[in-house]
Design a protein around this ligand. Structure first.
Ligand code: MRU
Length: 347
């Protein structure tokens, strides 16, 4: 990730090696603040309250959280308690359970004295692997982008994305954004339509921040604008990340993704989903079986933004509000899955 001229991962161990540092994403793009997590409970708060978010990053943070619990107390009860606490933070992204299972499997048969070191090593490996997976997704997507751009070589390749599936949501590169970064770096002119992604505005706040930092031309649009842009021929492809792809290829992602897939299908625009294998859930049959997170109505009824002296919240309505955070895009609407192994038309 490129931020203020330096390349750093979204999550990394603190200098003393005992904790991890992450960006507080609630403050972006107004303030860049790294925070340290030094216990499983703090890691759980950071995930639940969305200091950090995005499926792979949730998994990475939880992996370190479990390791930190074992550093404090390597016993079986501590392992079980921290595993349950971290797993309960957010229900939809399957990377959370995957990462916790990885760490638990790495330590369960070890003597207590060896567990913390082994758990930290496994969490480090999860992060190294996630960065490599996202890089590979980027390379697979780059080949696709070359083909797409060749169809209209006289204009920039116009990509539409929803939510933030960038380096903030992963350890590095992102999933949906990795092909964008690699294409931009390779000299392919690429422009990104960035859905604002109400209610938390991950697109307007986070994806736009990332793209601006990387120098990628982009335009923030209201969530409802994509259909018109597709109808006008201004979108060459939609690319989104995902929190979970089920055995039949259904795609669970940020609320609003499904409507983009419908509009893409109606307008003959290819709809791609970028994911590493860690986001594939072969044990869940279809999207109907995925728990959809219901978040606080406050996210909908209040607006948050920078103000003199800090960040201010303004109330928009007193009416009751419902806030499902994810939806399911049926596999039949997906043109291809951009994975580390290639662009697959079926998963
Ligand atoms: O609620 P969030 O911000 O955690 O939701 C994130 C998304 O929906 C992302 O698109 C998804 O996790 C893919 S991240 C590579």
């Amino acid at each position: 990730m490129i931020l203020q001229g330096e390349h750093r991962r979204s999550i990394a161990r603190t200098d003393d090696g005992a904790g991890v540092r992450i960006l507080d994403q609630r403050l972006l793009p107004w303030e860049v603040r790294w925070v340290e997590l030094r216990s499983a409970d703090t890691a759980a708060v950071a995930i639940r309250e969305m200091w950090t978010r995005g499926a792979p990053m949730i998994g990475a943070t939880a992996a370190y959280g479990l390791a930190m619990a074992l550093a404090a107390d390597p016993g079986d009860a501590s392992l079980a308690r921290a595993y349950d606490t971290l797993l309960a933070t957010r229900p939809t992204a399957v990377n959370l359970r995957w990462a916790l299972d990885q760490v638990r499997a790495a330590v369960i048969d070890l003597p207590a004295a060896a567990r913390a070191t082994a758990a930290l090593a496994r969490a480090d490996a999860i992060c190294d692997e996630d960065a490599a997976l996202c890089r590979a997704i980027g390379e697979q997507g780059l080949a696709l982008f070359r083909t797409l751009h060749a169809k209209n070589p006289d204009r920039p390749l116009n990509i539409l994305t929803h939510c933030n599936a960038g380096w903030l949501a992963t350890v590095d590169y992102g999933t949906a954004t990795a092909p964008v970064y690699l294409a931009h770096d390779a000299g392919i002119p690429v422009h990104v339509w960035v859905d604002e992604t109400r209610p938390r505005n991950q697109g307007a706040l986070l994806t736009a921040f990332e793209l601006a930092n990387h120098g990628v031309p982009h335009t923030v649009i209201a969530d409802n604008a994509g259909g018109l842009l597709m109808m006008q021929g201004k979108v060459d492809a939609v690319i989104v990340g995902t929190d979970r792809v089920t055995a039949n290829g259904d795609v669970c992602n940020k609320i609003g993704t499904y409507l983009k897939a419908l509009a893409a299908a109606d307008n003959g625009v290819p709809f791609y989903v970028a994911l590493p294998y860690t986001t594939f859930d072969p044990d869940t049959a279809t999207g109907a079986d995925v728990p959809i997170e219901e978040r606080s109505a406050d996210e909908l009824t209040r607006l948050t933004g920078p103000a003199e002296g800090g960040i201010a919240t303004v109330k928009v309505t007193d009416s009751p509000a419902a806030n499902p955070a994810f939806d399911v895009t049926p596999a039949r609407l997906v043109t291809g899955y951009i994975t580390e192994r290639g662009v697959l038309d079926r998963i």
